[in-house]
Design a protein around this ligand. Sequence first.
Ligand code: ADP
Ligand code: 5GP
Length: 193
Amino acid sequence: MNNNGLLLVISGPSGVGKGTVIEALREKLREKLGRELFLSVSMTTRAPRPGEIDGVHYSFVTREHFAKLVESNGFAEYAEFAGNFYGTPLAPIREHIEAGDIVVFDIEVKGAANMRRIFPEAVSVFIMPPSFEELRRRLSGRGTETPESIEKRLRISREECSRSGEFDHVICNDTVDNAAEKIFRIICDGLDK
Ligand code: ADP
Ligand code: 5GP
């Protein structure tokens, strides 16, 4: 069994299915390689959605707390997205690298560019929607955003998709299983290097 580590940066428009595909990927890695996928838990100033657990989906913090961590260089990267701040805590990454873990970062495009700069060995994947109409359907179907937030996220998605060429791989999330399988293969290639 391959016990190398890998840093995997995943970006794509809000609502494209990043979280869903990452969960399917987690299952595949367990089943096919017997390996765990560690999801980097970001810190955010956004309010939790129903069902989101502090410390699992995000660490939910105040703007003041977030600003303090920025000042003390506690983030590998951070960015503002749709009116809230999101950041990747630095300390756990070092621990995961030491342990040889497979770590996934679900972050937006500016943060992804910063992560590639800091960790050039990271493998980056951009997830595209089959169409913008389908993206709108998924984003509204999730039932978590206000109409205003949906519009804001869709506006940002155009700019994000125009930056997909910066990534090592671009895949389409047509079905969850297809998308997870493609990323699974990308991970296997990355582990073999
Ligand atoms: P993101 O993490 O990119 O914001 P989510 O994983 O929350 O996106 O997915 C947004 C919505 O789209 C969810 O309701 C999810 O069930 C749905 N979804 C994800 N992938 C697909 C897919 N391939 N086909 C149809 N619906 C999908
Ligand atoms: P959401 O509010 O839908 O959970 O996330 C909004 C966006 O923020 C998504 O594109 C998500 O990938 C991104 N994001 C989540 N955590 C981080 C982070 O730590 N850093 C950056 N740069 N983006 C993040």
